[in-house]
Design a protein around this ligand. Structure first.
Ligand code: HEC
Length: 110
């Protein structure tokens, strides 16, 4: 997937831990119950959307994901609230939401 630099940065900072194959496990990932909590969210997040495997999705999956993405971004449901409590740096500004949304709107689902 061709990503504009600014979009790449936002996804890397705020989404990639749970939605790509490059999960960077933080220090608390070794401490239960955070470890269970995180592993569960990472696996669950990837089931729904994995940015690293975008090209492997078929047309139906892509349009489904794009629709979900728009919804999540409009309602600012992602990143998960519980994750933001531990990850200040993943908090997104209104401008970053808009940047991501503009990008999603520009992706052809064909
Ligand atoms: C802490 C892990 C985590 C982070 C960070 C995170 N997500 Fe998620 N995401 C999940 C989980 C878990 C689900 C599935 C459960 C749910 O929908 O709440 C999910 C579901 C989704 C879905 C599918 C919703 C649906 O209706 O199926 C989309 C789209 C999504 N995330 C986008 C994003 C975007 C964009 C970001 C960054 C701005 C992000 N997520 C950050 C964990 C995360």
């Amino acid at each position: 997937m061709q990503l504009p630099e600014e979009v790449k940065l936002i996804i890397k900072t705020s989404c990639a831990d749970c939605h790509s194959n490059t999960t960077k496990y933080p220090w608390y990932s070794e401490i239960a119950p955070f470890s269970w909590y995180l592993a569960q969210h990472v696996n669950e997040g990837k089931e729904h959307l994995n940015f690293s495997e975008w090209s492997a999705y078929n047309k139906d999956q892509k349009s489904h994901i794009l629709r979900d993405l728009k919804g999540e971004l409009k309602e600012k449901k992602m990143p998960l609230e519980s994750y933001l409590k531990l990850h200040e740096e993943a908090k997104m500004t209104a401008i970053q939401y808009q940047t991501l949304l503009n990008w999603v709107n520009s992706i052809p689902s064909e």
